[in-house]
Design a binder for this molecule. Structure first.
Ligand code: ADP
Ligand code: MG
Length: 572
């Protein structure tokens, strides 16, 4: 439970400002995150890490000499937006290319992926290594689907040391990939965590029980079992990780005992002692272990064990000196501050149109007000639905997104549909974070591009806009029908809309029929098993409950059908 905040919605930003104020010798604030305030070498690779806030010292606490060049920091447990990552990476870039590295979560993959495309398009060579250390989240033969938890630290550490040693982008990428492959983690939780401003934790663990296989965003474990003794827990963690060990593992390991939030040092050390005995008994040599809080999950009560299986080159980079706000070892020479005066500015472009185009722009803004009303009405129930098998943030994430989008649209009053929707889409993905935020933001931008700034629209242009919305979501998210995502409601919506318009129905009739199809399809997702997004590792728990993103899509389309052609004074 978080006791201290002014505005819960501004919590992550306010905390980051304070973090920078307390650590100016290491970091400087840029839009979307922090960059090193100390000198870097010309032409070195810039390691840019990031993810949601609420995991300190990941991610901002790991920016400094020998580690990351910058961190893009999203809202609480929500990915930073693509635009933020792009700006942070640009500020960090030294001319030697950028390596993006972050935990494998759908929202982060979407946003970092978009940022990577944009950076490469501008000639800043950018690669990605996603961290996939959590052995509970997918079997070994699907290692690329695993989530990233405390193994973030080993991957970032090796990549950061290699980048600062002046290695090429190819080499830094190769070492990061190898470290990720040789890093395995497993965590357990005794109690869930509570988002700032919320009164209920994201999940609870029954009295006397422990949840095994936790995520770091309040995702509950994969299964529950009786609370073990410290020795039994050490045995469970060690034996599970040894069973999962990589090919060519060797016999030297880094062991990291990580506290998730409220399990404090005495307990962590006790557990570390038991773990060390077991690893030694298994014939392993432990190299420079860590025991403390390294990747947390707000106030979650839980611990995880990470093993990095070393070889000679990884051992060298693991042991290299590092000096960051939260993680220091060895002795590194203090660096001078660098000049950070010219950081990236966001582009602002506005378009004027005829009176009629402006009136239609206002109607688009009115449509976003409808979406906002729908989301406010259902914010809480959408959050609850997402907490069954996801991370509980769908209500709050949609709210943040639509608030930002509707406000941006209102500010764009006086311009046409294209400009209103593009501003709204950028704001949505920037402020919402999360998977749904990236998808909705990108899809609104696509609708804006499709409709353009015109004086009138007909049913065919509406149909083209629906297709643009739908393709944006499937191209970026790559979900297939039946994966249990919003796509399962979106495709029936798009098909129904197109076929009604094709039959000569009015936009109003087509919208009503399509919204009904979306709602029915959203309800039908209850029987599906999730294959994409954060709910996937908890597939069983999700069965019997509809997908939150599909449900919100159905509700939004119903709201739009009821208010079409949208009150053009509403967004004024
Ligand atoms: P996050 O998953 O980042 O916590 P939200 O909770 O806001 O974001 O949104 C979750 C919803 O996003 C899911 O219920 C699902 O409908 C949708 N979703 C997740 N991944 C995809 C994807 N790849 N394509 C389409 N929709 C997706
Ligand atoms: Mg969620």
């Amino acid at each position: 439970m978080t006791s201290l905040f002014d505005d819960p919605a501004a919590f992550a930003d306010d905390a980051l400002d304070g973090f920078v104020a307390a650590n100016r010798q290491y970091v400087a604030r840029v839009d979307g995150g922090v960059v090193r305030s100390t000198e870097m070498t010309e032409d070195q690779v810039a390691l840019v890490i990031g993810g949601g806030s609420g995991h300190y010292p990941a991610f901002a606490g790991l920016v400094g000499t020998g580690l990351a060049a910058a961190a893009a920091c999203g809202n609480m447990f929500a990915s930073p937006a693509a635009g933020q990552i792009y700006r942070v990476a640009k500020a960090a870039s030294m001319g030697g290319g950028v390596l993006l590295s972050y935990g494998n979560y759908a929202g982060d993959v979407l946003h970092f992926g978009q940022a990577q495309l944009r950076l490469n398009a501008e000639g800043i060579e950018t690669r990605t290594v996603v961290v996939t250390d959590d052995i509970a989240s997918a079997p070994l033969d699907q290692i690329e689907k695993r989530r990233g938890i405390a193994g973030d630290l080993t991957v970032f550490k090796v990549a950061g040391a290699a980048a600062d040693a002046g290695l090429s982008l190819d080499e830094v990428e190769r070492l990061a990939q190898k470290t990720n492959y040789r890093t395995r983690s497993l965590g357990v939780a005794f109690a869930g965590c509570t988002l700032p401003g919320a009164t209920e934790p994201l999940f609870t663990v029954p009295e006397g029980q422990m949840s095994v296989g936790l995520g770091i965003h309040g995702e509950p474990g994969i299964y529950e079992r009786d609370l073990p003794t410290a020795s039994e827990l050490a045995e469970l963690l060690v034996s599970s990780l040894l069973e999962d060990k990589p090919d060519d593992a060797g016999s030297r390991v880094v062991a990291i005992v990580n506290g998730l939030g409220t399990v404090k040092y005495d307990e962590l050390f006790l557990l570390y002692g038991r773990i060390e005995s077991q690893l030694t008994a298994a014939g392993l040599e432990i190299v420079e272990p860590e025991c403390g809080e390294l990747v947390t999950s707000l106030d979650m009560s839980g611990v995880s064990l990470t093993l990095l299986w070393l070889d000679d080159e990884l051992a060298e980079y693991w042991s290299a000196p590092v000096d960051t706000p939260a993680y220091r070892k060895g002795s590194s020479v203090p660096r001078a501050h660098r000049d950070l005066t010219q950081l990236v500015e966001s582009d602002t472009e506005t378009e004027q149109g005829t009176d009629e185009a402006i009136r239609l722009g206002r109607a688009a803004s009115g449509a976003l007000e409808t979406v906002r009303r729908v989301i406010i009405e259902h914010e809480e129930s959408l959050g609850k639905l997402d907490s069954i098998a996801g991370d509980g943030d769908h209500g709050i994430g949609m709210r943040r997104g639509v608030d930002a989008a509707a406000d941006a649209a209102a500010e764009a009053t006086g311009t046409g549909v294209r400009n209103v929707l593009i501003r709204a889409g950028e704001a949505w993905s920037e402020k919402a974070g999360g998977t749904s935020g990236a998808l909705w933001g990108t899809a609104l931008i696509a609708v804006g591009e499709s409709l353009g700034n015109r004086d009138s629209y007909d049913a065919a242009s509406a149909s083209a806009a629906v297709t643009a919305f739908s393709s944006a979501i499937t191209e970026l998210g790559k979900a297939e029908p039946g994966d249990k995502t919003m796509v399962d409601a979106l495709l029936p919506f798009a098909e129904t809309f197109a076929s009604r318009v094709g039959d000569g129905s009015s936009v109003a009739e087509a919208l009503t029929a399509a919204a009904a199809a979306a709602t029915a399809a959203a309800n039908d997702t209850a029987s599906l098993r999730p294959k994409k997004g954060r709910a996937r590792p908890l597939a069983e728990k999700s069965i019997g409950h509809p997908d939150p993103g599909a449900v919100s899509f159905g509700l939004i389309t119903e709201g739009l059908a009821q208010t079409y052609p949208f009150d053009s004074t509403e967004g004024a």
